[in-house]
Design a protein around this ligand. Sequence first.
Ligand code: SF4
Ligand code: SF4
Length: 158
Amino acid sequence: MAKDKIILSEMDANFKNEIASMPGAEHFQRCFTCGTCTAACPVAEVHEDYDPRRIIRMCILGMKKEVLSSDLLWMCSRCYTCYALCPQGVKFTDVIDVLRDMAIKQGYIPKERYLEARELDKFVQELRCDLIDQKLHPDKKLDNKIKTKLENEIKVKW
Ligand code: SF4
Ligand code: SF4
């Protein structure tokens, strides 16, 4: 999602207003780039390109096309950690929902993506519970069940 250069003529000056007009995202421009969200985000911990603070800056700068067409928009697990910790009340989880909704409604990605992402989040939580169960109770022999579920999920295309 990151760009080496920012070309002002390619920016959409109204993008920030468009976002701020949506419920939940009204105060996102209060962000003062403290980095608390990024430091606490479990996705940023494992994905070097995922950075909620950077996404907010890109929105404020007007990098509409780049934000709405980015795969990174779908990496957020909607855990609400950033939402709870932000000193400026930015509600980044709601901002991500707004951006996903805009990406679908404005034709940047297929409309099915939102439901598929929610289903995938549910699957990942189920998988996590199964793995913890397997580690705590190896005698249950859940490994084959887990492998089959994972293999089936890998085949699902977006
Ligand atoms: S925690 Fe809030 S103020 Fe700090 S960078 Fe993230 S969104 Fe901005
Ligand atoms: S809601 Fe998304 S951006 Fe915020 S901490 Fe969780 S995974 Fe990161």
